[in-house]
Design a protein around this ligand. Structure first.
Ligand code: BDP
Length: 717
């Protein structure tokens, strides 16, 4: 009767489960993210029931404190099937105290409030219960989410002594959303922002989004594409942004806007945007005043200038500091900041693209105003499956450098590939720059501690859209989640975060959580293997970036061609960035410059990033480089196959709807991993002229077949 064990398990669950026990198997569409609060089993609930029966909050409540209470009520009612009572009179007793600002702490709490700073919080067990304390209401809201997380992940809520202070000031999602609701590199439907109906109609989704952001400590959102439209700064659109700011404010989320550098000409009627021109400066100052009139807590501007065709100060013979400082001066009286992007390279510059940002920015160290953050992508090219960390980190000791990660997976399989980015982010943050000797990690530069930097931040190019599940896939929610948790704590462990996420999003059963977390952690290496193994990079098809295109060599801009990056010919493959080549290695501090400069000491996972090597070069495995490359591609597919099998063995632990979609997506991933592998091997073999290693299956089609595959309507472009 049962064609497999899983079906049998489902039937048993269906028979024995009472509704309160089996919340997890209710149909779910992913909208609730990691904030689901399904009912605990009775046995589990028992230990938590006493922990939060009566919440005590200060009498004078702000909207934010109300949200904290509402969240606790919602979470506790959901998980424990018993809503707590709420009182503002501490004398009548309680067991979960929310303390904000100067309000009195319960006896024995002994919390050093000054140490918590403006957004931090403490969760402390005291006689008779727990106190969540912060200097600000938003800190209390963060603490409430943390307390709920302990229960969601079945941690102890007794004996608590938790102190949480965010690593950086600005923890922001960068939307690449256009005013027409298309999203550049968006794979989860249309833009969340329904500009046309704003400001009069506020989609309830805005508030749900703000709540999700607050739950992971994100405190900023830039609303629009970095390839900016000046119209976003016109009064009509500022009013719309102000309406969003109103929804986000109680959740501690500030609004930022992308500023098109030529806006003074496009919407201001000036005939120049020269940052040193007094009229231009006055225009931006007036614009800033106008914005703050509408949005008193406006965060500031995010700017992409002189990059990929965007206007900028160099159009007038000025430099990036001139441009950034002009905007910074306009915002400074209001406390706003400028996030000025360092993602710059030019088709007219024959220099190695990987070197160009450093070359333009490092000489400007110390020249930026205090309220400017230079926003640097994690690697020197562009969010590829693997890159070394960007050499600007560590090289500008007098300038706040903000990390820019990508959450939306433009180069990592879009929404359908399961790739857990927490592992990637951690790899970058923990990389040692040696800027001030060993231990000078990227994290210590970003959090300002190494170089005594005041203003700090981390940005993530967001993946939330109007899809019901927000992120385009269930597993991509994990990347949004991990981004927030790591932005809050740059030293957090991405595996622990994956575990929290899996428990909160899916189920708490260890037999489920363990293999899921293992699969997530391995998924990053899998995508590197089937797309760009051994330090290869930028091999994707043109424009939309969907699928392989290593053969593309004829685009007008040289540095948009995959051939530019892999430099494969019949002798060998790889980009020589040593002293005999572009010498990009010299942008790294000693001893990294030497380590990367020497083929013997370069980690194999970055080998072809830094070196051009003969196909017969002997790898650590004893294989030739050619054989190793083929093996890596092949292994990448096998890894995805394993991931799919792992997941298929977990049927019945979660609702059928989400389970099924994940199966379908893993099948897509497996098919596309195979495509990447076959097409790449077919191409590289046409160049290397080498036979495949014994026992390795040849690509089922010839190279022309793969070259002819075309996807003009791939999303996100
Ligand atoms: C690239 C994207 C492009 C962005 C650009 C950027 O392909 O759509 O505009 O980065 O970050 O990765 O500015």
């Amino acid at each position: 009767m049962f064609d497999n064990l899983s079906a049998f398990r489902i039937l048993i669950l269906a028979i024995v489960c009472l509704p309160f026990m089996c919340g997890a198997s209710r149909a779910e569409d992913g909208y609730d993210l990691w904030l689901r609060y399904p009912a605990m089993e009775r046995g589990e609930a028992r230990q938590y029931k006493a922990a939060a029966k009566r919440i005590v909050v200060p009498a004078a409540q702000s909207e934010t404190l109300e949200l904290a209470v509402r969240e606790l009520e919602r979470g506790l009612a959901g998980m424990l099937d018993a809503a707590p009572s709420v009182a503002s009179d501490a004398k009548r007793g309680g067991n979960l105290w929310l303390v904000s600002g100067d309000a009195a702490l319960p006896q024995g709490a002994g919390i050093d409030m000054a140490a918590l700073g403006p957004e931090g919080y403490a969760i402390r067990s005291v006689d008779g219960g727990t106190v969540i304390a912060a200097n600000s209401d938003i800190g209390v809201l963060y603490g409430a989410f943390h307390f709920l997380r302990l229960m969601q992940t079945r941690e102890n809520v007794t004996g608590l002594d938790i102190t949480e202070i965010p690593s950086v000031d600005v923890r922001i999602i960068n939307h690449w959303d256009n005013l027409d609701r298309t999203v550049e590199r968006g794979y989860s439907g249309a833009s969340i922002w329904d500009w046309h109906k704003l400001p009069d109609y506020l989609d309830p989704r805005y508030e749900d989004y703000a709540r999700a952001l607050a739950s992971i400590g994100i405190n900023g959102v830039s609303l629009t594409n970095v390839n900016a439209d000046a119209m976003a700064l016109t009064p009509a659109y500022l009013e719309k942004a102000a309406a969003l700011a109103g929804v986000f404010r109680p959740y501690g989320v500030k609004i930022y806007q992308t500023a098109r550098f030529s806006a003074p000409m496009e919407i201001g009627g000036l005939d120049t945007a020269d940052p040193l021109d007094p009229e231009v400066r006055a225009w931006w100052k007036a614009k800033a005043d106008e914005i703050y009139e509408l949005i008193p807590d406006f965060g500031g501007f995010l700017v992409k200038a002189n990059s990929e065709g965007q206007p900028g100060p160099q159009d007038y013979g000025r430099n990036h500091a001139d441009g950034a400082n002009m905007l910074a001066d306009a915002l400074a009286p209001h406390g706003g900041i400028v996030m000025w992007r360092a993602f710059v390279y030019s088709e007219h510059n024959p220099e190695d693209r990987a070197k160009q940002a450093y070359a333009q920015f490092v000489p400007l160290d110390g020249k930026f105003r205090d309220n400017v953050l230079v926003q640097v992508k994690n690697g020197p090219i562009d969010f590829q499956p693997r890159e070394p960390f960007h050499p600007m980190f560590g090289a500008m000791p007098k300038t706040p450098l903000m990390m820019e990660f990508q959450i939306t997976k433009e180069y990592l399989g879009f929404a359908t590939h399961l790739v857990y980015l927490g592992a990637y982010y951690e790899e970058v943050l923990s990389a040692d720059t040696y800027a001030q000797g060993e231990g000078s990690t990227v994290a210590k530069i970003v959090d300002g501690s190494l170089q005594d930097i005041e203003l700090t931040g981390v940005a993530g190019v967001g993946n939330a859209g109007s899809d019901r599940n927000w992120s385009g896939s269930h597993f991509d929610q994990a990347n949004w989640y991990a981004f927030g948790r790591l932005a809050w704590d740059l030293d957090a462990d991405s595996k622990d975060i994956a575990e929290d996420w899996a428990r909160m999003t899916f189920a708490n059963d260890d037999a489920f959580v363990r293999p899921v977390v293992a699969m997530m952690m391995e998924s990053r290496e899998a995508v590197v293997d089937y797309m760009t193994p051994l330090g290869l990079t930028h091999l994707m098809a043109t424009g939309h970036h969907y699928g392989p295109g290593p053969w593309v060599c004829d685009l007008a801009r040289p540095e948009w061609n995959p051939c530019y990056y892999h430099k494969a010919d019949e002798e060998g493959i790889g980009f020589d960035r040593t002293a005999s080549g572009s010498n990009a290695v010299a942008q790294y501090e000693a001893p990294l410059a030497e380590i990367y400069g020497d083929v013997e000491t370069t980690p194999e996972n970055l080998l072809l990033w830094f070196h051009h090597l003969p196909w017969d070069y002997e790898m650590k495995s004893g294989r030739t480089l050619w054989d190793e490359l083929v093996m890596r591609y092949t292994e990448g597919v096998a890894e995805v196959h394993e991931m799919r099998e792992t997941w298929e063995g977990l049927e019945g632990y979660i609702d059928q709807e989400r389970y099924d979609q994940i199966v379908a997506f893993l099948k897509i991933q497996e098919k596309e991993a195979q495509w990447w592998r076959d097409a790449s091997i077919a191409y590289f073999q046409s160049v290397s002229g080498r036979p495949l290693p014994d026992g390795v299956a040849p690509p089922p089609h010839d190279l022309d077949y793969y070259k002819a595959i075309s996807h003009p309507y791939a999303p996100g472009h």
